[in-house]
Design a protein around this ligand. Structure first.
Ligand SMILES: Cc1cc2nc3c(=O)[nH]c(=O)nc-3n(C[C@H](O)[C@H](O)[C@H](O)COP(=O)(O)OP(=O)(O)OC[C@H]3O[C@@H](n4cnc5c(N)ncnc54)[C@H](O)[C@@H]3O)c2cc1C
Length: 315
């Protein structure tokens, strides 16, 4: 497991600002983990071609307090500016590394990514913005069964239910094993083998299947789900149709709230609680960017990067 000083999660304006300000302050061993294959994915995806990017956005004018700033320019120019910054400060960005779990381990944090890679960090800065969503299946989910179809593991497991978990990565296996303590669980995956799972989960799912607490449906795809009385009728392609009381999809992606709650971060009025430096109730876990402010803008994201680094330096 690679040991790092600061793990920055997300390479949008906020994550890049945290890494830049850390370097300017003389800190080293900072790694940015980015779920996509490029920086500023939200700007690439949601801004239209040639969009004007304004430092005053939604009437919010903020003066820069740190190293990063910009004047009105096009989307393409802004992205180029950010790419130049990444080069200039030699930022270490690990692409295609979606963080799905952050676990306290003694006085550090273990960070687990969908690539099956694990990092051990002294400080964690979460800068994932507000646009993350769990991946949904390609077929529709009828509204009559929406409350029985879920996209992340619950904090408290249901009891005595017949449950289907869909997916083949670490989060699907962890969800299946967690739910199997009190329920009858089946795990369905469309491939013949699990995808890049870590060793603990490989052992975990082997134990669960040996003990009979999880049934495995490998090489099993689903073509549709429908209501059936109080249950969900799952139409498997390769197997007879079957009903379940709940279905959990673990297909990658997650809402920011699910990741934050998983770390134990407190929320008030649906907003995570942070101090003036962006530090949460979890010691040494900070938030930066859209997650840390009421009205998200790029300048606010840059400035939260500076404040987070001041908070880290104080520690
Ligand atoms: C259409 C539109 C137009 C806008 N126009 C303007 C404007 O003109 N001026 C302005 O100031 N603001 C504008 N904004 C707002 C601005 O884009 C945001 O405030 C800013 O992008 C927030 O930066 P951030 O770094 O906090 O988050 P984001 O930009 O959302 O970046 C988050 C990054 O984290 C990554 N990520 C997400 N989840 C994970 C995970 N689990 N693991 C690893 N990486 C992850 C994402 O891929 C992404 O790269 C606009 C927003 C929209 C939607």
């Amino acid at each position: 497991m690679e040991e790092i000083n600061i793990a920055v999660i997300g390479s949008g304006p906020a994550g890049i600002a945290v890494a830049v300000e850390s370097k300017v302050a003389g800190m080293e061993n900072i790694v940015i983990l980015e779920s996509k294959n490029r920086i500023c994915d939200v700007i690439h995806t949601y801004y239209h071609e040639g969009k004007r990017v304004d430092p005053i956005f939604k009437k919010v004018k903020i003066d820069p307090i740190g190293v990063l700033s910009f004047e009105t320019e096009t989307k393409e120019e802004f992205i180029e500016r950010m790419e130049e910054i990444v080069k200039k400060y030699n930022l270490d960005i690990r692409f295609n590394n979606e963080v799905y779990k952050i676990l306290p381990v003694q006085d550090k944090f273990k960070i687990i990514t969908s690539k099956g890679v694990e990092y051990l960090a002294q400080f964690v800065v979460i800068a994932i913005g507000i646009f993350g969503k769990p991946t949904k299946p390609s077929y529709p989910i009828p509204s009559a069964i929406k409350d029985k179809v879920l996209f992340s593991a619950p904090k408290t497991p249901p009891e005595n239910k017949k449950i289907l978990v869909v997916g083949g990565g670490d989060s699907a296996i962890e969800t299946a094993c967690f739910l199997s303590e009190k329920n009858n669980v089946t795990l369905a995956y469309r491939k013949a083998e699990f995808f890049r799972i870590n060793e603990i989960n490989a052992c975990g799912i082997r134990d669960c299947t040996c003990q009979g607490s999880v049934s495995l449906y490998m090489s099993t795809d689903i073509e549709a789900i429908e209501p059936s009385g109080d249950d969900v009728l799952v139409k498997f392609k390769e197997k007879p149709h079957e009903t379940f009381e709940q279905v959990f999809y673990c297909l990658g992606g997650m809402s920011p709230q699910a990741l934050l709650e998983g770390v134990g971060i407190e929320f008030k009025d649906s907003k995570p609680v942070v101090d003036e430096f962006g530090e949460t109730n979890v010691n040494r876990v900070f938030l930066s960017g859209d997650l840390a402010v009421d009205k998200g803008t790029i300048m606010a994201a840059f400035n939260t990067g500076k404040k987070v680094v001041e908070g880290i330096l104080k520690k």
